[in-house]
Design a protein around this ligand. Structure first.
Ligand code: 3H9
Length: 691
């Protein structure tokens, strides 16, 4: 039974049990509605307590039901029945009370929460708005300002903060049930006024509240619909009577539920949950990674160390000498200091993390480590030397990981006697912040080692994606195409600023040229030189990038790259020097070509990237289209609300993507055979996702 009723003297305990997260399925909604009727009809019961079995309170509507028409009873009706009951209900919260789960709790007369539980309305992160009274009841309980913060951010608050906001009445250290019972009995004596009947709250700030919020939102949330719709719904809740506000909220929720953006965000939500799952590893036990080490304490190494420490893993830094070791340890310290200064980490937590870190200059001190991650300079011989040393000192079964971005892990593993214990772990910088982890097995890598790589990603609360060995793995390979096509636009007369603005308008946080200026143009140049030596195809062509490097314009760090920068100011300014370099490369033209509109620029850049995604799938470098989506979103700033590169391609239509490629009649842009096959069969990339 999804809902069970148990008598406790003059109380009825209503227990929800719908694993894994007590999502509000049709059966659960029905069960709650029937519980209200039963309790109302039982003269011996004076109040009810709503409690959940398992790891959490109700975590929200069942997002899997969003693709289909809503089935009665509808949640707003269930909550109206609960709120309108003559016997007060008290919610006993533990784990997460999110979305529809919090809306149910808002329909209750009181809320008691276990410490550490989290309460929130994350609907905007799924491309919808609260659909069962969240935008209408929450401002009546905690005020317009706080409710707007919670609903627009989608971020949950913890129980302690919730109590300070007036969202919960009592916080308990242990099981909330006993206190919830006491509260229910007290409320049976003096029931509070339901939120639907309380006066409408007023927003702070002299009449400009809504306009200010809207301006902030438009600047921040790009082309996303849900946050603006949530704001409009909050405003309606304050400016119109309760029934009208409820009807408006519901209509908006139902309309957004069917939108492309909501479908895209649901796709990402479930893709994230399935990240790291690998059907080929069923029954395989990952090798342990309790004691870790990192070789190299530069920017990347320090970030990896911080991520390991945050997951509570004992970590040792190996550096070549005392000076480098001290610098590395200081770098890690600096990351924690910055987190404390920003209020993201308590000084105690920072101290606890530091206590897990040690350092050494002796490779022999890594003999007890389960996992060693190499993060030294991106040079094959340097990395091979590290692995040769590790091979000589590590215990049997220890895993050796290389954090290479471009090199072939097989060449690195060849320096060891145990390639079955070697794996690639491609972190993204800053490694303690960026969510993506490309996990790259060699042909010889033992299944337990691959399983360890994926499990490590989960333990670090990252998104682990398995990638095959091919230059650039998944993400950097698509990045190269993005940059190549962006440069080609410059050679046709577009400016870097126009290209960057078009990609920002699409939803990237930065355009391709701003991003290169931030990261440094020399990294890609090294890569091109390496590929040229290896006889690479024209895919790695970047004549303008090379010209800028030759002119010493390596990006922000040299005061100029694709843009000019003023000292102490990171804002890009169009560069006359770069304009001259581009003009020189184009040669003399009678008249400049017409400027491309943002949409036309996007249409030039995205289809080649999608095509590369299909090549990557066809070669088995990525196993599932959704893995490419996760890589693009979590490593390269692809807008989440567009679902990722491949899901976006499905939404715009693969036939159109293929036609756009063919229209270029360019040998670099021949549609991949996999794209051809899908278009011919009338399929989408999502049809490959079951693999
Ligand atoms: C909403 O409520 C709209 C209302 O306003 C309107 C109503 C009319 N649906 O994350 P985990 C599954 S919008 C379906 O690994 P954790 C998940 O796929 C909703 N399934 O666990 C996974 O399945 P599997 C607002 C869901 O402990 C399993 O549960 N609510 C849902 O790390 C475990 O998930 C939200 O946005 C769902 N809503 O974290 C809450 N949620 O095992 C979204 C989870 O088969 N959920 N599953 O792979 C979360 O934030 C986290 O799941 C939670 C648990 C914190 C609850």
């Amino acid at each position: 039974m999804v809902v069970t009723l148990t008598r406790d003297g003059d109380l009825m305990i209503v227990t929800v049990d719908n694993p894994p997260v007590n999502a509000l399925s049709q059966a659960l909604r029905q069960g709650l509605l029937e519980a209200v009727a039963t309790i109302e009809g039982d003269p011996a019961v004076r109040a009810a307590v709503l409690s959940c079995a398992g790891r959490t309170f109700i975590a929200g509507a069942d997002a899997r039901e969003f693709g289909a028409p809503p089935q009665p009873p509808h949640l707003p009706d269930v909550i109206a029945a609960l709120e309108g009951a003559t016997k007060p209900w008290v919610a006993a919260l533990h784990g997460s009370a999110l979305g529809g789960g919090l809306e149910v709790a808002l329909g209750c007369a009181g809320r008691v929460a276990q410490i550490g539980s989290r309460l929130g309305l994350p609907e905007v992160t799924l491309g919808v708005i609260p659909g069962a009274g969240g935008t209408v009841r929450l401002p009546r309980l905690i005020g317009v300002d706080a409710a707007t913060d919670m609903i627009l951010s989608g971020e949950p608050v913890d129980a302690t903060r919730a109590q300070a906001l007036g969202l919960v009445d009592v916080v308990t250290t242990g099981d909330p049930l006993p206190q919830a019972k006491a509260r229910a009995r007290a409320m049976a004596e003096a029931p509070p006024i339901p939120l639907s009947q309380r006066p409408r709250p007023t927003p702070p700030g002299g009449g400009t509240f809504w306009d200010d919020r809207e301006a902030r939102l438009r600047a921040k949330s790009g082309g996303q619909d849900a946050p603006l719709a949530a704001l409009a719904s909050l405003r309606r809740a304050v400016e119109t009577p309760f029934p009208e506000a409820m009807a408006g909220e519901r209509a908006t929720f139902l309309a957004l539920r069917n939108s492309d953006q909501a479908a895209a965000l649901r796709h990402v939500f479930f893709a994230e949950r399935s990240a790291g799952s690998d059907s080929t590893l069923a029954g395989v036990t990952p090798r342990p990674f309790t004691r870790c080490a990192v070789v190299g304490g530069g920017t990347m190494g320090a970030g990896i160390i911080a991520a390991l420490l945050e997951a509570g893993l004992s970590t040792r830094l190996l550096e070549r000498d005392r000076t480098a070791l001290d610098q590395g340890l200081t770098r890690v310290d600096g990351l924690f200091d910055a987190a404390v200064a920003k209020g993201r980490l308590s000084p105690d937590a920072a101290q606890a993390r530091r206590a897990l870190l040690s350092g050494t200059t002796e490779a022999g001190d890594l003999a007890d480590r389960d996992l060693v991650i190499e993060a030294v300079f991106e040079d094959l011989e340097v990395k091979r030397a590290v692995f040769r040393t590790l091979d000589g000192v590590l215990k049997p079964g220890a895993v050796m990981a290389t954090n290479t971005s471009y090199l072939d892990p097989r060449d690195i593993a060849a320096a060891t006697s145990r390639p079955d214990s070697v794996i690639g772990l491609h972190f993204f910088s800053p490694a303690h912040v960026m969510k993506l982890l490309e996990v790259i097995p060699l042909p010889e890598t033992a299944p337990e080692v691959l399983a360890m790589g994926l499990a490590l990603g989960k333990a670090l609360r990252k998104i682990p994606v398995r990638a095959g060995i091919r230059d650039g793995f998944i993400g950097n390979r698509i990045l190269r195409i993005h940059r190549r096509e962006a440069e080609r636009l410059l050679l046709e007369g577009c400016t870097p600023a126009a290209v960057d603005a078009a990609m920002r308008a699409f939803g990237f946080p930065m355009g391709p040229f701003e991003a290169q200026d931030l990261g440094g143009l020399d990294i890609a140049r090294f890569d091109r030189e390496r590929l040229a030596q290896a006889g690479s195809p024209a895919a790695d062509w970047a004549p303008l990038g090379d010209a800028l490097c030759a002119a010493g314009r390596l990006g922000q760090k040299t005061g100029g790259g694709w843009y000019d920068y003023r000292p102490g100011d990171r804002r890009p300014h169009p560069s006359p020097t770069v304009a001259e370099i581009i003009r020189a490369r184009i040669g003399t033209k009678d008249s400049p070509p017409p400027a491309l509109a943002p949409q036309a620029i996007q249409d030039r850049l995205l289809p080649p990237m999608v095509n590369e995604g299909f090549h990557i799938l066809e070669e088995g470098i990525a196993h599932r289209p959704r893995d490419i989506d996760l890589v693009e979103i979590h490593g390269y700033g692809f807008p989440r609300w567009r679902g990722g590169l491949m899901a976006h391609a499905d939404q715009v239509g693969l036939a159109g993507i293929r036609a756009a490629l063919l229209s270029r009649a360019d040998p670099l842009l021949i549609p991949s055979p996999l794209l051809d096959r899908l278009v011919q069969a009338g399929q989408t990339s999502a049809d490959l996702d079951g693999r």
